[in-house]
Design a protein around this ligand. Structure first.
Ligand SMILES: Nc1ncnc2c1ncn2[C@@H]1O[C@H](COP(=O)(O)OP(=O)(O)OP(=O)(O)O)[C@@H](O)[C@H]1O
Ligand SMILES: [Mg+2]
Ligand SMILES: [Mg+2]
Length: 498
């Protein structure tokens, strides 16, 4: 294999304009497969979720899964697509061991959803990614290559095939070429994948887990010299199974293709594989002689003709979509763009919203989730939602603060206890003996004691230097291990000295 020179990113972008295209496969979370009744659960014993239909045994007949069609129509509508009035499935013929039937039921020139778009934000700018098509197909099985030299997939000693995944409903979402992104191309690609994942997740039709393969992106990239009008040849990078990898794959292909082109080489239309460890892509299968899939209309299935009434019903059933929801909470919670982005990136929106639903004001709810709890989640390397604390508990702690039973410092201690598994907020308060000392008699005697012990400071306050009272409040807080009501302590001190 010849060594390719890679051009530095900035130089590559100064000389070439990138064009992107993203194909995304999403496995729908239906209970049964696309054309048979087999279950779809992830992680079952290999080849235990199969039947004659998904194994393609002679004489078996597929039947379309209605829930899957509803799922894809939801995705299409959420992406602002038109839902066609009539379309068919098509057979895509090719031979690969992970495909038991030797053909895949897909859609070819008659996709179910067409002409949509998804707006994405990068650094405060909005890019409209146009969607060419959203079509329905079925997933393939999975090959496991065993033995042989490391890294030599096809040099393996033998391969095992698991057909549990074969026939799971798969939606393919294809963008039109994305142009004019300039040096933002990798970020636009990532923002698109992120937004698409959020969108599909909000529809509750897939768990869209990239690490488990229920969402997979193929990233197409080509370069053309700046000022040119004709697009270059694209490569298609597979295996991109995290949002970060989408960004890195685009960047890496821009750097590699720029290097090849500047050396007088040409880009070969091929699939490439992305490697997490190196952040680079390597050559896969050439697509120069476009593979002949011998597509033809699937003879064993009736065409799909979704009625307009049904499509309208599905449209009416759509939940609030992520972009609209972000706009709404930004207004309701009074957030700046930056604060909104932080809340979204922290995965805190649902948690804050649920906390508010339990009676907490937006500012306090956001404060707890975004400060102490976010820090703790980061330290533990877990998602915020995975912490052993519920929105209801956060609301309870805030209610105790509002009632004057806790101050912020004590509340932090309550959360520490809850996170450490010491029980509910009320249990932690009881066990740790946490409560604001607001009993007037008790507080007054502490104040007297502090004044006696700090006669010099007390004299200054008596002489009119009110600012000096802060030191006395501090002493009161120290004497009560942070449990005094600081505001009331200050009032008492000033009453006694002035
Ligand atoms: N010159 C180009 N540079 C970058 N992207 C391109 C270019 N031309 C087309 N694309 C994009 O590449 C993607 C091609 O996906 P599409 O599913 O249409 O075809 P495919 O990859 O050949 O087929 P398959 O689904 O079998 O992989 C689309 O997102 C398209 O917008
Ligand atoms: Mg495709
Ligand atoms: Mg493709």
């Amino acid at each position: 294999m010849s060594v390719e020179t890679v051009m530095a990113y900035d130089e590559a972008l100064a000389r070439f304009e990138p064009v992107l295209g993203i194909e995304t496969h999403i496995e729908l979370g239906t209970a049964s497969k696309m054309f048979c009744g087999c279950p779809t659960g992830f992680g079952a014993e290999p080849n235990t979720q199969v039947c004659p239909v998904c194994l393609g045994l002679p004489g078996s007949l597929p039947v379309t899964n209605r829930a899957a069609i509803e799922g894809i129509v939801k995705i299409g509508l959420a992406l602002n697509c038109d839902i066609v009035e009539w379309c068919r499935f098509a057979r895509k013929n090719y031979f690969y061991p992970d495909m038991p039937k030797n053909f895949q039921i897909s859609q070819y020139d008659e996709p179910l959803c067409v002409d949509g778009y998804l707006d994405v934000d990068v650094d405060g700018e909005t890019y409209r990614v146009e969607i060419e098509r959203v079509h329905m197909e079925e997933d393939t099985g999975k090959s496991l290559h065993v033995g042989g030299a490391t890294g030599r997939i096809h040099g393996a000693e033998y391969s095992l095939v698991d057909y549990n995944r074969a026939g799971i409903p798969l939606v393919e979402i294809v963008t039109r070429p994305i142009v004019a992104t300039g040096d933002k191309a990798p970020f636009v690609a990532r923002a698109y994948a992120t937004e698409l994942r959020e969108l599909v997740r909000s529809l509750d039709v897939s768990d869209v887990r990239m690490e488990q393969g229920s969402m997979r992106c193929d990233v197409n990239v080509s370069l053309m010299p700046r000022g040119a009008s004709e697009w270059g040849t694209r490569t298609e990078t597979k295996n991109v199974n995290s949002l970060r990898s989408v960004e890195r794959a685009v960047r890496s292909e821009i750097e590699r293709q720029a290097g090849v082109l500047s050396d007088g080489g040409r880009i070969v239309q091929e699939t490439r594989h992305f490697h997490e460890e190196t952040g680079r892509t390597t050559s896969g299968r050439s697509k120069e002689e476009a593979q002949d899939y011998r597509y033809f209309p699937e003879p064993d299935l009736v065409p799909m003709a979704p009625s307009r009434e049904w499509v309208d019903e599905v449209r009416a059933s759509l939940p609030e979509l992520p972009a609209a929801r972000r706009r709404r909470i930004q207004g309701e919670w009074g957030l700046s763009d930056l604060e909104l982005r932080d809340v979204v990136n922290a995965g805190a929106v649902d948690l804050i919203e649920a906390t508010i639903a339990h009676g907490t004001d937006a500012t306090s709810a956001r404060k707890w989730w975004m400060n102490q709890l976010s820090r703790h989640a980061t330290e533990q390397g877990v998602e915020l939602a995975e912490l052993p604390v519920t929105p209801e508990q956060v609301a309870r702690v805030q209610a105790m603060i509002t009632a004057g039973e806790l101050n912020d410092k004590l509340a932090r201690s309550v959360f520490e206890g809850v996170l450490a598994g010491e029980g509910t907020p009320d249990e932690v308060v009881a066990k740790r003996g946490l409560k604001v000392v607001s009993d007037e008699g008790e507080l007054a005697s502490v104040v007297d004691q502090v004044i006696a012990e700090n006669a010099g400071v007390a004299d200054k306050v008596r002489a009119g230097k009110v600012a000096a009272a802060g030191a006395l409040v501090g002493a009161v807080m120290k004497a009560t291990r942070g449990q005094a009501d600081a505001g009331r302590a200050r009032e008492l001190i000033l009453e006694k000295l002035t």
